[in-house]
Design a protein around this ligand. Structure first.
Ligand code: ZN
Length: 608
């Protein structure tokens, strides 16, 4: 392992090796050919189920050359990092049986030898380093098979085989009946996953569920990934196959259409395995030909044709290292939260993407709620406005202001008591529970064109995200937003909104506090984020009635938001209920931010 020349008899075959030691199991990955890494995941078997214990890999400054011997390792245990040594020995006179001896500096996993070492006898399983089980549930008349497993390459299976991951298709899914207008709302998807999914996915595992649907009711939306702790954290995806086909010209060859579907599916599964977009400022690889880039963001935009010419349907080296050898919890769907593991190589200091050019022609502004003093547990929505303050027309993707689309990021800071808005406060980037992957369609109606002086407004809901309720504690908060757009000349341009401050009041009575605590339950969070369930609906109706009895005033932000969320939830069920709630919402409309206020007002006027 130390790099001196070896005879063939001292070489080990690349691939996955499996071994047992009493109740421990190890998956050992030998990868001299592509990454120069040996890595392993260790589990204990508890009543027939694997429990994760630790992940390890050879040290990042050493290239593993495929020979037997010893090497330094770094390891990750649930209680923190560790380091140590791996020793690989030949067990039998063939290349496919090994003894793998592991020693850790801080941890002693039982049953270790008296010297603290774990000695596994392992045998070769195959070339795939990891396995991912996929259950596909397809809408009627949609045929995903040619995309997943196909005699034509690339297919989802062939792309992931190249990344060392074997795709195992779980039982064939049901034929999902499409909605009447054939366009799915995102709100329908959790229900579909629940209905067609197999066993509920509550624990990290290399297992995902894919809904293969025709079209969404959002323009240009190709795929979504759910990222919430309670259900489907990086475990549930939807692919809108009809939308993907619809982007291509009518006379596009069938093979091109098939390849576009493969690309989006590989991309969405990449998110489930915790891969980020290549064009994001933190990753800053706009020239990447990886499936995790978009064609329209490639090289700053305007180079989609070149992207498809050059795309080889694979991943970048840092992504391959991560998929093949990343710590088990970091990669496994349901493990570490999306975007929380910075596997990407830091951008070079002279990389112009490190600091996207601030664009003087665009101004971004956050529009706070009607009153900056919010009731305890009041949902938080803000308006966001993009203004062309330059002298020429600017065209941006239609979803630029969609907080789930990846171009807009919102940061939240707690303001310590007695202080005010100031630079340098620790900030958390708000992570929404759904990620949407769009394509910038050539269709001009799918773009926002802003003439000088024109502005575009949208609203953002930051009540509940992957990390829970960011505003659960009374106190002062600072909110900022940043928009990053690909730019063919400068790689990327960015604009930053000036911070706004809001204050969350303390509860004024035991009753108000109890109601607030209901508002801060996770299932209520899902409801307020737009994913209501029937049981939550009933519970919140009751809460609204109680709340309205207590405070008749029109300045109760909790009641106002509850009524509004319930109103929109009832739209597809009960028009009378919608009207009743609309009366309540109208009374306190001034509590909302200007964008939410305008949209809600328009909705209510249409009812009349
Ligand atoms: Zn994406």
């Amino acid at each position: 392992m130390d790099g001196t020349a070896r005879t063939p008899a001292q070489m080990i075959d690349d691939g996955l090796y499996f071994g047992r030691l009493e109740n421990l199991e190890v998956d050992l990955r030998i990868d001299a050919g592509l990454c120069g890494i040996v890595s392993a995941d260790i589990f204990s078997m508890e009543s027939g189920k694997r429990q994760f214990i630790a992940s390890l890999r050879t040290a990042s400054d050493v290239w593993f050359d495929g020979s037997i011997g010893r090497g330094a390792i770094t390891a990750e245990f649930p209680d923190g990092p560790d380091w140590g040594e791996i020793e690989l020995l030949r067990a039998k006179p063939n290349r496919r049986h090994l003894v793998c001896i592991l020693r850790f500096a801080r941890h002693v996993a039982q049953p270790a030898s008296p010297s603290g070492a774990l000695a596994f006898e392992v045998s070769y399983q195959g070339t795939a380093l990891r396995r991912l089980a996929i259950q596909i549930d397809a809408e009627q008349d949609q045929e995903p098979q040619a995309v997943f497993a196909s005699s034509d390459e690339p297919s989802v299976a062939s792309v992931y085989a190249g990344a060392g991951i074997e795709i195992i298709q779980a039982r064939p899914g049901a034929a999902i009946v499409p909605p009447k207008n054939r366009r799915w709302s995102e709100k329908d998807l959790p229900r579909l996953m629940e209905r067609y999914g197999g066993a509920p996915m509550r624990e990290p595992d290399f297992r995902i569920q894919v809904l293969w649907l025709s079209e969404s009711n959002r323009r240009g939306l190709l795929g979504v990934m759910f990222d919430t702790e309670d259900a489907y954290p990086r475990q549930g995806l939807a692919i809108f196959a009809g939308a993907i086909r619809g982007i291509e010209p009518q006379d596009a060859p069938p093979e091109t259409l098939r390849q576009r579907l493969v690309h989006t599916t590989v991309h969405e599964i990449g998110h489930a395995l915790n891969l980020a977009h290549r064009f994001e400022p933190e990753v800053a690889k706009i020239d990447s030909l990886s499936c995790m880039n978009y064609d329209w963001t490639y090289a700053g935009g305007g180079c989609a044709a070149a992207y498809w010419d050059r795309c080889r349907f694979t991943f970048d080296p840092d992504e391959l290292d991560f998929l093949r050898h990343g710590p088990w919890r970091a990669v496994a769907p349901g493990g570490e939260p999306f975007h929380s593991v910075p596997y990407w190589a830091a951008p070079a200091p002279d990389d112009e993407m490190t600091a996207p050019a601030e664009d003087a022609g665009l101004a971004l502004r956050l529009l706070p709620p009607g009153s900056p003093l919010l009731t305890f547990a009041q949902p938080v929505t803000l308006g966001i406005e993009l203004h062309n303050v330059g002298s020429s027309e600017i065209v941006v993707p239609h979803y630029a202001l969609d907080q789930k689309g990846g171009l807009l990021s919102v940061a939240i800071s707690r303001i310590p008591r007695g202080r005010s808005i100031e630079p340098g406060l620790p900030a958390e980037i708000f992570a929404p529970i759904v990620r949407r992957c769009y394509r910038r369609a050539a269709d001009p109606t799918a773009q926002i064109s802003l003439r000088p002086g024109q502005a575009r407004m949208d609203n953002i809901n930051i009540t509940f995200g992957v990390a829970g309720f960011p505003f659960a504690e009374p106190g002062d908060y600072m909110i900022t937003a940043r928009l990053t757009l690909p730019d063919p000349n400068r790689g990327a341009i960015a604009c930053q909104a000036a911070p706004v401050k809001i204050r969350i009041a303390r509860p004024h009575s035991a009753g108000e506090e109890a109601e607030g605590l209901v508002m801060l339950e996770r299932e209520v969070g899902h409801f307020l984020a737009g994913f209501g369930s029937h049981t939550t609906h009933a519970k919140l109706r009751e809460l609204l009635i109680r709340r309205t009895k207590r405070s008749k005033a029109a300045d109760d932000g909790v009641a106002a938001h509850l009524a509004r969320s319930l109103m929109f939830d009832a739209v597809r069920r009960d028009q009378q209920e919608v009207r009743g709630l609309a009366l309540k919402v109208a009374k306190s409309i001034n509590l909302f931010d200007p964008c939410t206020r305008r949209a809600t007002d328009t909705f209510i006027k249409k009812l009349a």
